[in-house]
Design a protein around this ligand. Sequence first.
Ligand SMILES: O=C(CO)COP(=O)(O)O
Length: 254
Amino acid sequence: MGRKFFVGGNWKCNGTFDEVKKIVNILNEGQVPSQDVVEVVVSPPYVFIPVVKSLLRPDFHVAAQNCWVKKGGAFTGEVSAEMLVNLEVPWVILGHSERRLILGESNEFVADKVAYALSQGLKVIACVGETLEQREAGTTVEVVAAQTKAIAEKVKDWTNIVLAYEPVWAIGTGKVASPAQAQEVHSELRKWLQANVSSEVAASTRIIYGGSVNGANSKELAGQPDIDGFLVGGASLKPEFIDIIKSAEVKKSA
Ligand SMILES: O=C(CO)COP(=O)(O)O
């Protein structure tokens, strides 16, 4: 199958110029498995992308945290996919729950963004996930399937998509999904892809987990068969991000 382990660090709206340079130093000094074993991407706020790109070790790559839904133009405050391509930013995170819930991005809007970013040559980390209310109502699988379906309706080629399952109740709360809870949803997402897209896409698409991942819980999560990596928030700003990257070794020896 060959799904290479993927670890993304989502810095969200954090950091000063000096703090960002410090984080990059920590990353540059970290001893991690080779690029054959793990793909590492960090996602600074837009304004820090150039400095991070210029200082970051060449085996780690950069992602933007969002981009505009279509070609740039008169859209004050937005950054277009073409601009990211122009700056040689290879990845973009789209559909993060903070954008869905705080900024009101719908499943369709996120799907349009994914399709447009891919059409411009970007690789996309597409996020899905349920709220606590939805989990308690027993609708988790329905919710993530609807989010994934909206994307599948607008995208034919899944080669450049990583799907990130991020339960909203686990984000920034310290309440990590148990390995079994995360595995269950990842397995359902893979089954959904198999039934609705293709067996090939189901087998090859990386499904990564996000929500209170840290250096202490990443190994056990990585041991689950359908967890192909992580999207890390808070802990990606700390030295333990290196330990999370190292959890890729669990897969290698599996
Ligand atoms: O939202 C996340 C990554 O995109 C997860 O955030 P935390 O790791 O801080 O819970």
